[in-house]
Design a protein around this ligand. Structure first.
Ligand code: ASP
Length: 281
């Protein structure tokens, strides 16, 4: 069993050493408890469980602690993909729910599996998700100072490889911050979150770059076609570089290989296999 999670990007220039330590500690706490969960649950159940915990931690830009858009409103996006059934479900620009990933989970068995905007929020209410403000004072302060945080993103994601060798991926975001209302994040698209029987990938970074390069889809497709995980990442990130793209990605393949790469320093990530814990530094 293997697990890898990410918490977006960390910028040495604009974030403190205390924040770095706090993020490292949060990742360690969440990955170890999620690994315990994985012992008795599937990869699919585990990625949802891990991402919901990351959403609940205000250190990260997903769920509580999400960025505020240019009109002062928080709109969040999240998606899940199960590598076994190859079903994908997600919500785009949903408002005032505690855990967008749980709404994506609710949509998973439905025929219409990706909902956006008012439709996504209405679906959440109709399915018992109460109104919940995910705003924290720090994000309001950043918003009021009009500090663009495009390079200090803190989207969250998880890829899990369970005892049966099944793979799943989940990703959740509050977006780039200060975006035009209606902007679509990569996090609830197959460019930002993708899995099949061969590999699962979750991305973070500038959504427009991730969509332009189809990062998650390409990595998974390359591995499905026989390329090894490192070369699949290197080739995809070389293509990202052609457009001067900004992104990071985490993955686990069908052999249990765990990999991550970022285009810029440094993606906040942690991986765990029950004995060895790896974390960004
Ligand atoms: N990828 C997200 C987006 O563009 C942002 C992030 O990863 O932090 O919406």
């Amino acid at each position: 069993m293997k697990l890898i999670i990410h918490g977006g990007f960390f910028s040495e220039s604009s974030q403190s050493a205390e924040t770095k330590l706090a993020k490292q500690e949060a990742l360690k706490r969440i990955i170890t408890s999620s690994y315990e969960f994985l012992r008795a649950h599937s990869a699919f159940e585990t990625v949802i469980h891990a991402v919901a915990q990351l959403e609940d931690d205000p250190l990260f830009n997903a769920g509580t602690g999400s960025q505020i858009q240019s009109d002062g409103v928080i709109r969040m996006s999240a998606s899940i993909m199960d590598g076994v059934s190859q079903r994908f479900s997600g919500v785009i620009n949903i408002e005032e729910v505690k855990n967008p990933i749980r709404v994506a989970e609710k949509l998973f068995p439905a025929d219409d599996r990706v909902l956006g905007g008012a439709g996504a929020t209405r679906f959440a209410r109709e399915n018992g998700f109460p109104v919940f403000s995910t705003e924290i004072p720090q994000r309001r302060k950043e918003y009021e100072e009009k500090k663009r945080a495009a390079k200090v993103t803190g989207t969250v994601g998880c890829v899990a490889f369970d005892a049966k060798g099944h793979i799943a991926a989940a990703t959740s975001t509050g977006g780039k911050g200060f975006e035009i209302p209606g902007r679509i994040s990569d996090s609830a698209t197959t460019a930002g979150n993708y899995a099949n029987g061969f590999c699962g990938v979750s991305c973070t970074g500038v959504g427009e770059d991730i969509v332009s390069t189809a990062v998650a889809t390409k990595i998974v497709t390359r591995i499905s076609d026989g390329m090894d995980i490192e070369n699949a990442f290197r080739k995809t990130f070389a293509e990202l570089k052609e457009i001067d793209g900004f992104a990071g990605a985490i993955a686990i393949d069908h052999k249990g290989n765990v990999f991550h790469l970022d285009s810029h320093p440094s993606m906040v990530f942690a991986s765990y296999d029950g004995s060895t814990f790896n974390c960004f530094d």
